[in-house]
Design a protein around this ligand. Structure first.
Ligand code: NAD
Length: 247
């Protein structure tokens, strides 16, 4: 039996990187999917890949920073399947700069997507989950949200905020059957980190006890575990998936 047979999952940021790997893994595990991303073309390509694995999938272009995009994605799931079981709140961006040079527009852009986007997603997804009395939400934080990082005031603030929201929602909604957890990835090889100079990547890799960057699938596997019934007694936790970076 596949892990997510009959389950409906909404995955944001699904057009590339970790979100793409997650969509393909959930499809292989029998989930029915709504995929939300800014980039309609790449999203359609990922949706085709999921459909090729036999998944029933809806590609929903839109921005996680807009509540209306989330409402449309949730409405699409309910219209087709009358349920929503899982939210993977994965979309995220970076706009790095040293703090003394960081413009407020850089700060706001990252907060809008990485923090407010997660807020909107959870609020939209909770409605059908609360009505059903069950559901699982997985939010994407980062090791940067735990420890801070040079040049990432905006990103660290958002990712630390995600942890605060995750724990708050775990307390508020645990009694009503909904689990809320976060994953804190370390350095993962995706388009987000592809622009990092090779020298820096080498330095980053050297700091990781497992001596490699993570693959998108490493994070997808953590999302899948926390979203599945195998994690039925886990809520309010932050699962670091970083090759041991934080020790
Ligand atoms: P990525 O840039 O490869 O993919 C992010 C996806 O999110 C893209 O498809 C993009 O179009 C989408 N997206 C961006 N803004 C959006 C918006 N407003 N609305 C809808 N979709 C939007 O990044 P990734 O590395 O796959 O990152 C996925 C998540 O993991 C992010 O939350 C990121 O912060 C987090 N993370 C990544 C790393 C890493 O090393 N790659 C480390 C820690 C945390």
């Amino acid at each position: 039996m596949k892990r997510f047979t009959d389950r409906v999952a909404l995955i944001s940021g699904a057009a590339q990187g970790i979100g793409e790997a997650t969509a393909l893994l959930f499809a292989a595990q029998g989930a029915r999917l709504v995929l939300l991303d800014l980039h309609a073309e790449s999203l359609a390509r990922v949706a085709e890949g999921c459909a090729a694995q036999g998944a029933d999938v809806i590609a929903q272009p839109g921005s996680v920073a807009e509540r209306s995009a989330w409402d449309a994605a949730v409405a699409a799931a309910l219209a087709r399947w009358q349920r929503l079981d899982i939210l993977i709140n994965n979309a995220g961006i970076t706009r790095d700069a040293r703090f003394e040079h960081m413009g407020v527009e850089q700060f706001d852009a990252v907060i809008d997507v990485n923090l407010r986007g997660v807020f909107h997603g959870a609020q939209a997804a909770l409605q059908p989950m609360l009505a059903a009395g069950r559901g699982a939400i997985v939010n994407t934080s980062s090791v940067v949200g735990l420890h801070g990082n040079f040049g990432q005031t905006n990103y660290a603030a958002a990712k630390a905020g995600v942890i605060g929201m995750t724990k708050t929602w775990a307390r508020e909604f645990g009694p009503r059957g909904i689990r809320v957890n976060a994953v804190a990835p370390g350095f993962i090889a995706t388009p987000m980190t592809a622009a990092v100079p090779a020298k820096v990547t080498e330095k980053m890799t050297a700091a990781v006890p497992l001596q490699r960057l993570g693959a998108p699938e490493d994070i997808a596997n953590a999302y899948a575990f926390l979203a599945s019934d195998e994690a039925a007694y886990i809520t309010g936790t932050v699962l670091e998936v970083s090759g041991g970076l934080s020790m």
